[in-house]
Design a protein around this ligand. Structure first.
Ligand SMILES: *[C@@H]1O[C@H](CO)[C@@H](O)[C@H](O)[C@H]1NC(C)=O
Ligand SMILES: *[C@@H]1O[C@H](CO)[C@@H](O)[C@H](O)[C@H]1NC(C)=O
Ligand SMILES: *[C@@H]1O[C@H](CO)[C@@H](O)[C@H](O)[C@H]1NC(C)=O
Ligand SMILES: *[C@@H]1O[C@H](CO)[C@@H](O)[C@H](O)[C@H]1NC(C)=O
Length: 458
């Protein structure tokens, strides 16, 4: 009893926000568990050869790479993991202590009051998959004229994939805007942001941060948790799980596909970090490059495009609402935003190649730079901009390449939300609202930019 109370206090101390104590009171913990700590190291080698060496070791040792920047690599070591190879430890790096709460709050009754965006307790914490689904059905109940629940199909573990179409009744045809949550399970802030945005669109225009006026011109399609199996697994077993949860590989001995390498645009069976294949001896290694990825690896792209049922369901939905190939564009979808974390980057196509420039690059970049400026205006958060390939690395089979090319949605982007590696994926719940607000401001900018281009007042 004492322990439970003590643990409760610890949790409150670590995560409470002024004014949200009442929400924290609602937690009932199954068992007291200590917080554990992992270590996130950012390696900043002085030259690209050393950077490649860090990546090579990280891959060989199957370390958990959280982020690859232009001149840095973030590598996470979970609690109790063996120490890193000496070659890595002697490379210049900084250290962050990442807390991994082992507490597993039970599912709570959905007693959040969603009638107001500013006053609800919902956005004060992250939510498990069933709560995400309950939030959507609650919004649909509160706003029956504006919200329809999308049933997108089933995940590998037979969860029903849900989304929301938010559309005010209006006879005039509107533009479409699709917002997708994270395909990578551990990117929780991308899910919370998708939920926050849905709520902001439905909030009474008199409330602060309401985005309701965008519905005069746009219909929003919001899919907050496109990898529900992986997402739930991050609550139950492994906070930093990445892929989906389908059984793959010979002998069915591996689990999970990297959904964001499984799309049918330049899909490839191999999935090495391409930095490793560039440089002087690129040609020599070219043959090796075609070896299929190990199905147990982090970035396994599947053995064919659209193998992940979740990816297939999303592609079917995009096809249904906008058409792909010859029929592309029929649904008037004007924008597509793939929410991700972390890194504070706004990225345009392409991902598969750095030297290939989309025909719409000029407009895409103009809108993106404006969105970054707008995003900064909210809380000073800086977003870097560029093509996805430039900002990260060359990776085929990415959703934004597919959506831009196959579905012809001109303004297709990936948005990497906060932070830049202080908390990484373990971003504190106190940041849910600020991240939601600044992302809302960026979406507003994009929506108005596109409307202006088409001569539609907004
Ligand atoms: C991380 O933080 C915890 C709690 O403050 C501390 O007990 C632990 O020693 C720290 N680990 C490192 C490597 O700094
Ligand atoms: C939120 O709560 C404040 C303080 O109680 C109240 O003044 C305000 O009207 C509420 N907002 C909504 C939209 O209910
Ligand atoms: C429909 O949308 C237009 C703007 O496109 C707006 O002026 C009008 O008030 C809307 N009508 C209804 C019934 O919402
Ligand atoms: C929005 O708020 C205003 C002012 O509080 C109120 O008059 C109006 O009825 C509300 N609209 C809806 C749709 O609830």
């Amino acid at each position: 009893m004492h322990l439970l109370t003590f643990q409760h206090l610890l949790w409150s101390a670590a995560f409470s926000l002024p004014g949200v104590v009442a929400i924290i009171e609602q937690h009932v913990f199954e068992a007291p568990a200590p917080q554990t700590h992992g270590i996130l190291r950012r390696f900043v080698p002085d030259d690209s050869t050393s950077l490649i060496e860090v990546l090579r070791i990280a891959q060989a040792e199957e370390l958990d790479i959280w982020q690859i920047g232009k001149d840095s690599v973030d590598i996470y070591s979970p609690p109790f993991s063996p120490s890193l190879p000496r070659a890595l430890l002697s490379t210049q790096h900084s250290i962050n202590n990442i807390s991994v709460p082992e507490l597993r709050p039970r599912l709570r009754h959905p007693n959040w009051d969603l009638s107001s965006l500013e006053n609800t307790s919902f956005h004060a914490e992250f939510h498990r998959q069933t709560e995400v689904d309950a939030f959507m059905t609650d919004l649909a109940r509160l706003h029956p004229d504006s919200v329809s629940i999308l049933q997108l199909g089933h995940s590998g573990e037979e969860r029903e994939m849900l989304g929301m179409k938010i559309s005010t009744p209006n006879k005039t045809a509107k533009l479409g805007f699709i917002v997708l949550g994270p395909q990578h399970a551990r990117e929780w802030v991308a899910t919370s942001t998708a939920l926050y945005l849905a709520h902001a669109l439905l909030a009474n225009a008199s409330e602060p941060h309401s985005l309701a006026y965008l519905l005069d011109v746009y219909d929003f399609h919001i899919i907050p948790s496109p990898n529900p199996d992986g997402y739930e697994y991050t609550w139950e077993a492994d906070r930093f799980w990445y892929k989906n949860r389908q059984i793959v590989g010979p002998g069915a001995k591996c689990i999970g596909i990297d959904m964001n390498r499984n799309w049918g645009d330049h899909w490839k069976p191999h999935a090495k970090y391409p930095l490793l294949w560039e440089g002087d001896d690129f040609k020599k290694k070219k043959k090796k490059k075609t070896e299929p990825a190990d199905p147990c690896s982090h970035w396994y792209p599947g053995h064919r495009a659209f193998e992940a049922p979740e990816v297939n369901n999303l592609a079917n939905y995009i096809t249904k609402v906008n058409g792909v190939g010859k029929g592309a564009g029929k649904g008037g979808i004007a924008a597509f935003l793939d929410l991700r974390s972390y890194g504070q980057m706004l990225a345009a196509p392409y991902s598969y190649k750095c030297d290939k420039i989309p025909k719409d690059a000029e407009d895409q970049m103009e809108a993106l730079l404006g969105a970054a400026q707008a995003g900064k205006s909210a809380y000073g958060t800086q977003f870097t901009t560029g093509t996805l390939c430039e900002l990260l690395y060359r990776a085929p089979g990415n959703i934004i390449d597919y959506v831009y090319k196959a579905a012809s949605i001109k303004y297709t982007y990936a948005a990497f939300l906060r932070d830049t590696g202080t908390y990484g994926f373990a971003i504190p719940p106190a940041w849910i609202r600020p991240v939601g607000e600044e992302t809302g401001v960026m979406i507003e900018y994009l929506a108005r930019f596109i409307a202006r281009q088409r001569g539609i007042p907004l």
